[in-house]
Design a protein around this ligand. Structure first.
Ligand code: ADP
Ligand code: MG
Length: 624
């Protein structure tokens, strides 16, 4: 038997390991399962190449929790280690690795994020164990070995008569880590970190029942089978050509067992140059809400789960998607800020963006109707992407859709062609009319449609920003909400309506109205419109409203504290307005103005609370 002291400069590395990343203690299991997997795959490789004269068979990794004995066993059937190799790989390699890792990161341990993932390897076992033993036998024709270490730098290593090839790691769980002696806890960790690792992981057995036979002869059969935790060949490692639509859906269910809704479509990622990346991304139904739960994409490295926070790796707008990406080329022992500056990661991020763009484009081209049907469930992601990634904006010009209030969908080019004939303003710009709410802006939409104008329905929360961007990149286009001003003013009209009131009459009318209408909220404008148009129309200047909206979703700081300001357009050609002017008593005049203003407010959804109540009461009085 050999006794020795591990050669380290840090006097006692174990307390350090323990302290390091307290919250990440659970990664010990992932590390040990990874080692067992590596050892098994190594054997597979060697036997494939005829170097190991062994039967590879169907190896498993066994995980056993011995609550009474306060131990966890991790048993593999991999290459194993000779006496000499334990001395080399465990005492020297693994230890120097752990020491180097700690030296490098002990100061930056607070910089949370990806730091702490990987690198600690075998010695992470000491985060939860007071003593660790290794029983191992190499595939080579040599006797086995037993290594033991109780958490001080001293270890013992002796020959051990082990029959089966492979390695068994025994963790004597420390008092402060008792939670890891629960079957449920270990099963939870295996499911979290090892669910898609390539070698089957078994945790005891389980009972399943199935039915056999038909009708009266139906029998329920109970069977005891291996409790295999993982799916060793998940969809993303397969070739897209070998997968059916249903396979992708099944895999989605496997990833998100509690999701009832099916994904809309998926994107299979697969690249091996200049970096390695595989994965499957899913577009779920995304409502009109930017606050959807992010952190649904899982990051793996060689089928080992790393994190579900892919911020910095996947462009922000795509964090609304779901699925898996697997890449060994993403540096993990670094902070987020370093990650974002890393060249390889930037390439990965733009590759993903490009693939998503290509996929959307082909969906649009291959089946436009189906794409239109999905539009409302995916537009938030696409619009957000158009705003945040210039390259995506360019690409999305081909498939981004602009629906009308009547449910027709145009691309931006189609839209421009459609309105070119009769929707221009005095500067010859195309005026894109839109509504944000079909119910609330019903009257305005109606007026516009009667004049043959095309009205879009743009109702996503970031549409203000998108419009701003579209206007900047298309000089000859401007957007106006249907209630931004009255329609004939937004769109150039040849003939000016003739005013039925004289200049003197108008001059007399204005102060009468201004006296009743609160001037801190309304600017009164007298206008000669069609006598069929409403007598009073309330509008809110496009610019002001848009700035306020944009501020609510981030950006644009100076308009937040402005009071709500509206324009009250008074149609001097409407008979009611003439009647107001002609009314003799001041009291009656005032009542007519107030009632008209309230009706205008009502149609703009601005009449609420006490004002609404008294309006209703007053109206009943009037019809009595
Ligand atoms: P890494 O896995 O990054 O090499 P570790 O600290 O996890 O670092 O492991 C150190 C070494 O110990 C491994 O490279 C391997 O040679 C050896 N080893 C660890 N676990 C096993 C095992 N279950 N079977 C065979 N060899 C192992
Ligand atoms: Mg390892």
């Amino acid at each position: 038997m050999t006794k020795g002291k591990i050669n380290v400069s840090v006097e006692n590395i174990f307390p350090l390991i323990k302290k390091f990343l307290y919250s990440d203690h659970e990664i010990f299991l992932r590390e040990l399962i990874s080692n067992a997997t590596d050892a098994t795959l190594k054997l597979k490789h060697l036997s494939n190449f005829g170097e190991a004269k062994v039967e590879y068979g169907n190896p498993l990794i066994d995980v056993k929790v011995d609550k009474k004995g306060k131990k966890i066993h991790i048993i593999d059937q991999g290459v194993g280690m000779t006496h000499e190799e334990v001395g080399k790989y465990i005492n020297e390699v693994a230890f120097s690795g752990a020491e180097e890792f700690l030296e490098k990161y002990k100061d930056s341990a607070k910089d949370s994020g990806i730091i702490g993932h990987f690198g600690l390897g075998f010695y992470s076992a000491f985060m939860v164990a007071e003593k660790v033993e290794i029983f191992t036998k190499s595939y080579k024709d040599e006797s086995g070995a037993h290594w033991s270490c109780d958490g001080s730098p001293s270890y013992s290593l002796e020959a051990f008569d082990k029959k089966e090839r492979g390695t068994e790691i025994v963790l004597h769980i420390a008092k402060d880590s008792k939670e890891f002696l629960e079957d449920a806890k270990i099963q939870e960790l295996l499911t979290k970190y090892n669910k898609f690792m390539p070698i089957p992981i078994r945790m005891g057995t389980k009972e399943i029942s199935r039915t056999e036979g038909e009708g009266e002869n139906t029998q329920e059969i109970k069977e005891t089978v291996d409790n295999i935790i993982n799916n060793p060949s998940p969809a993303w490692i397969k070739k897209p050509a070998d997968l059916e639509d249903q396979d992708y859906k099944d895999f989605y269910r496997e990833l998100y067992p509690s999701q009832f809704e099916e994904p809309l479509f998926n994107i299979h990622l697969n690249v091996d140059y200049p970096f390695n990346l595989t994965g499957v991304l899913y577009f779920p139904k995304i409502a009109n809400d930017l606050n959807v739960q992010r952190d649904r994409i899982q990051l793996y490295q060689n089928q080992v789960f790393v994190t579900d926070n892919v911020e910095g790796i996947v462009p922000e707008f795509l964090t609304m998607l779901r699925g898996v990406i697997d890449s060994p080329d993403i540096p993990l022992n670094v902070s987020r800020s370093y990650l974002q500056a890393d060249g390889a990661v930037k390439k990965i991020s733009s590759y993903i963006t490009r693939k998503v763009g290509d996929k959307l484009n082909s969906l649009f081209k291959n089946d436009r109707e189906a794409f239109e049907q999905k539009w409302n469930d995916i537009k938030v992601v696409i619009e957000y992407g158009m705003l945040s990634e210039e390259k995506f904006f360019d690409k999305a010009q081909k498939f981004a859709l602009y629906p009308t209030v009547d449910g027709n969908f145009h691309t931006f080019e189609e839209l421009k062609d459609k309105i070119a004939a009769n929707q221009t303003d005095k500067d010859d710009k195309l005026v894109v009319l839109y509504a944000s709410n079909k119910e609330e802006q019903h009257a305005y939409i109606q007026t516009a449609k009667e004049k043959g104008y095309e009205v879009l329905l743009l109702d996503s929360p970031i549409v203000g920003h998108l419009i701003q961007k579209l206007e900047t990149s298309n000089e000859k286009v401007s957007f106006a909400r249907v209630d931004a001003d009255h329609i004939d003013k937004l769109i150039q009209k040849e003939e000016e309506a003739i005013s039925k009131l004289t200049e003197e009459q108008k001059e007399a009318l204005k102060p009468i109205i201004e006296e009743v209408v609160p001037k801190e909220t309304y600017t009164v404008q007298l206008e000669a419109m069609n006598s069929q148009a409403s007598p009073f129309i309330i509008t809110q200047p496009e610019f002001m409203r848009r700035m306020k909206e944009m501020q609510q979703t981030g950006g644009g700081g100076m308009f937040g504290n402005f009071p709500e300001m509206y324009t009250l357009s008074v149609n001097v050609n409407h008979p009611l307005v003439g009647q107001i002017l002609g009314t003799k008593t001041k009291k009656k005049q005032e009542r007519l103005i107030r009632q008209s203003l309230d009706l205008a407010k009502l149609s703009q959804n601005l009449l609420k609370g006490e004002e609404l109540t008294s309006f209703v009461q007053r109206s009943f009085e009037m019809i009595k």
